[in-house]
Design a protein around this ligand. Structure first.
Ligand code: NAD
Length: 356
């Protein structure tokens, strides 16, 4: 395949981890006979410095014309005092909106070699943790009507939680399709005992599920889900939920994996174009020191190959190489433990490439 990828390295450790990701993708291209062509564009703080805005039109145009978009991280202390609409992070919401990305996929996988880094008791994770949180990304109260008004109790503020049938249908389908390629189990998380929007959500999930008789479906209220994730993490496969619940639960699930430097993510829309990015930010405290963990970014590359391009074997080659490096005892500072070999960002990238 010949594929065009828009690269958005961004700020802080972004360019460092992106460089390793590109080297890994090139190795995959060489081994499996694909050509990846890259166009690098600015977003975030670097775009503010160079173009006076966090998300220049040229960046949007290049991303829209690409087969897929890869973003490392944006933001940093330098731009912290700018007003909201000029903050580097605006570029993230802007790109997701422009590209019509409504499904956020966040896997939380506990690598065998990192079991000691998991904060849960060993007996709770002895059967492994491999959870995919599928979060609705463009609806719910983050995007609903918001405002302030006077009430009997003084000034009040509101953010409306609203979901349409179509919005729930498309995210539910995404979750079921993903579950079909995994352990065929979807857990729907809502709060239908209290929220009208959740009652609609649940009814649509049940309707969509009829098209997937091969996938097991169960339901949890969000408060119970947050407990069950801690008590029996191994029993989850795919979790589908709305924007705010998914925001919280995906962070909770991610903590079982040891470090934010290990967490990839994908944002998908209705076509094959997606945006892939590590969950972490620009980590300005460690930028430029060659100590950042590039694994979250490299695993996001594997997700891109799998979900945008249908290259499952190529994705597995990356995931297996990462697992081998960890089994061989190599660690960046954030996942370091006694008796392991500490390496920097570039060295970690090279070790992974050597094992592909
Ligand atoms: P952060 O994720 O950048 O850093 C949190 C902590 O984790 C820091 O101690 C950092 O050194 C460490 N860390 C993060 N990634 C790491 C990696 N790959 N390897 C090793 N250690 C790593 O979060 P923050 O400090 O809250 O935010 C810093 C900046 O990033 C802010 O401007 C914030 O708005 C922005 N941010 C951007 C994104 C994004 O681009 N998607 C996401 C979150 C935060």
């Amino acid at each position: 395949m010949k594929l065009n990828i828009a690269l958005v390295p961004g700020d802080g450790i972004g360019p460092e981890v992106m460089a390793q990701n590109v080297l890994v993708l090139n190795k995959i291209g060489e081994k499996f006979g694909h050509t990846f062509e890259y166009k690098e564009v600015d977003a975030g703080g670097i775009a503010i410095d160079k173009h006076g805005e966090p998300l220049p039109q040229n960046t949007i145009d290049v991303c829209k014309a690409s087969d897929s978009v890869f973003l490392a991280a944006v933001g940093g202390w330098k731009w912290d005092t700018l007003p909201g609409n000029m903050r580097p992070e605006r570029a993230l919401l802007g790109l997701r909106g422009e590209l019509g990305l409504y499904a956020n996929l966040r896997p939380a996988t506990l690598h065998e070699a990192l079991k000691d880094a998991c904060p849960l008791k060993p007996e709770l994770v002895k059967d492994g943790v491999d959870i995919m949180v599928v979060r609705e990304l463009t609806g719910g109260m983050y995007f609903g009507e918001k405002g302030r008004k006077q009430t009997d109790m003084g000034e009040a503020a509101y953010d409306v939680e609203q979901y349409s049938v179509e919005e729930v249908k498309r995210i539910t389908k995404t979750a079921f399709e993903i579950a079909r390629k995994r352990k065929k189990h979807v857990t729907n998380v809502d709060k239908q005992n209290v929220l009208e929007s959740s009652r609609l959500w649940r009814s649509v999930v049940l309707e969509v599920a009829k098209d997937y008789p091969d996938v097991e479906l169960d339901h949890l209220y969000v408060d119970n889900a947050s407990m069950q994730l801690i008590m029996r993490p191994s029993t989850f496969d795919v979790i589908v939920t709305g924007n705010i619940f998914g925001d919280i639960l995906s962070d909770e699930a991610s903590q079982m994996t040891g470090s934010i430097g290990m967490l990839p993510s994908a944002s998908l829309g209705s076509g094959s174009l997606g945006m892939y990015e590590p969950v972490h930010g620009s980590a300005p405290d460690i930028a430029g020191k060659d100590i950042a963990n590039p694994i979250a970014t490299i695993l996001s590359g594997a997700m891109m190959l799998k979900y945008s391009f249908g290259l499952a074997d190529e994705a597995k080659a990356i995931e297996d190489a990462v697992a081998k490096v960890l089994n061989d005892g190599y660690r960046t500072g954030d996942i370091m433990s006694e008796g392991m070999k500490k390496v920097g960002c570039k060295e970690m990238g090279k070790l992974i490439i050597d094992r592909i």
